[in-house]
Design a protein around this ligand. Structure first.
Ligand SMILES: Cc1cc2nc3c(=O)[nH]c(=O)nc-3n(C[C@H](O)[C@H](O)[C@H](O)COP(=O)(O)OP(=O)(O)OC[C@H]3O[C@@H](n4cnc5c(N)ncnc54)[C@H](O)[C@@H]3O)c2cc1C
Length: 385
């Protein structure tokens, strides 16, 4: 389908596809098997200038937005979602700084992140706070020298690998979610360490780890926005980042679709390639329809975010839910088309199927996002059309 990309967007897409096919494809199975963080690929993406696609030129970026970020994530995910997530999580850790940081904070941190010299991460989730982010217990106590952080974050993507983390902590426990604030915490800050590294079903090249804060003193100038803005900024961040997750799901589904079409043309049963069977053709057609619909929605919402629109909570949740449900369905059908070999690790479908599941869970589980969409529908202005 024609999405009317600019010349620069076409270049970004083409460059990422070349890197994905030439550098990621040959190593994706090994990275997954060894659960190894893809540092070499991160370096290649950095050298290609792809970490800064969504940042203003004055901080070393390419001057694009969420749409450009989506293009990179989609192309990486078409080949390996573990690599795509490691790249995307750096954006997740950076967007709050981009939107709410002071000029000084931006000048200090953004150029290194844009150049890929440093990765970022975003830390909200805790044992008591998953879908209910208001359940966080990590505290940030104000002192004369700054804020002292105590608590443990779990399931943090790029945990241990990133140099800079946006961390949400309570500066006023008694106020609940209205008492949360956001801090930039550097990896080598005394009192900051890394705990359990998760062993996962999919996206195994990505690192998912606990962040542990024990009397960790963070300078006051590392607060993002103002005290008490932590949750508002987080909700905005997730509204901005969810099209990126949608792009991850679209890329993954696209990769599975392509693999299934190729396999169906090669595999001969009953004297003909299985693609000659109408039942298989219809599965492939349905997969293609869903992938394209998901892509169109993700691109449209990414463009809406970049347009400067004020409120896109509902649309951004729709893109994430639709694309991730599509990725799960398409990878399931792709495995069906591969038959028994699809279940084996020798073929890429087994990994894609495992990688798809997380897209329905993180950055807002799909049930919770359906709640959010329904909430917006109940307001008259949220009904669309
Ligand atoms: C691999 C991985 C990477 C992650 N990376 C990060 C990261 O970088 N930073 C970060 O902060 N977090 C991260 N997370 C956390 C992730 O965002 C949460 O896991 C997710 O929000 C769901 O929270 P939970 O796991 O506690 O599930 P729960 O909140 O316990 O939910 C369990 C189930 O209950 C359902 N449920 C809960 N509440 C409702 C409701 N009100 N209505 C209907 N259904 C409901 C959910 O949909 C889900 O199906 C990551 C998680 C994983 C697994």
């Amino acid at each position: 389908m024609e999405y009317f990309l600019t010349e620069q967007q076409k270049e970004i897409k083409k460059l990422t596809r070349t890197i994905a096919e030439e550098r990621v494809l040959p190593v994706r199975a090994a990275l997954d098997e060894k659960e190894e963080f893809p540092w070499e690929i991160m370096k290649i993406l950095a050298d290609a200038g792809l970490f800064g696609v969504y940042m203003p030129e004055e901080y070393g970026g390419l001057g694009g937005g969420i749409f450009e970020l989506c293009l990179v994530v989609e192309e990486l995910s078409r080949v390996c979602s573990g690599v795509a997530v490691s790249y995307a999580a750096s954006g997740l850790g950076t967007i709050t700084l981009l939107r709410y940081g002071t000029e000084e904070q931006k000048r200090k941190y953004l150029p290194d992140i844009a150049a890929g010299r440093k990765l970022a991460g975003f830390a909200l989730t805790e044992e008591t706070a998953g879908s209910d982010a208001g359940g966080i217990k990590t505290t940030a106590q104000r002192t004369d020298n700054g804020y002292i952080l105590n608590g443990t974050k779990r399931f943090i993507t790029n945990g241990g690998e990133a140099e800079i983390y946006t961390v949400i902590a309570l500066t006023a426990k008694e106020k609940g979610p209205r008492g949360a604030s956001a801090f930039l915490v550097e990896k080598d800050t005394p009192g900051f360490s890394f705990g359990r590294k998760e062993k996962k079903l999919g996206i195994r090249a990505s690192a998912t780890r606990e962040l542990v804060f024990e009397d960790c003193l963070v300078p006051a100038e590392n607060m993002l926005g103002r005290e008490g803005m932590g949750f508002i900024m987080t909700m905005k961040l997730l509204d901005c980042s969810r099209p990126g997750l949608g792009a991850q799901a679209v890329g993954l589904a696209q990769g599975a679709l392509e693999a299934a079409v190729d396999y169906a043309q090669q595999r001969v049963q009953f004297g003909h390639p299985i693609i000659a069977q109408q039942a298989v053709q219809h599965m492939l057609a349905d997969m293609a329809i869903q992938v394209e619909a998901a892509r169109a929605l993700v691109y449209a919402i990414a463009r809406m975010v970049d347009s400067g629109a004020k409120d896109f909570t509902k649309e951004s949740a729709m893109a994430k839910v639709f694309a991730s449900d599509t990725a799960m369905r398409v990878t399931t059908d792709a495995m069906q088309i591969f038959g028994g070999v699809g279940y084996m690790r020798d073929y890429p479908i087994e990994k894609m199927f495992r990688d798809a599941k997380i897209t329905q869970i993180y950055e807002g589980a799909n049930q919770v996002l359906r709640n959010a969409i329904a909430f917006e529908l109940r307001k008259k202005k949220g009904r669309g059309g």
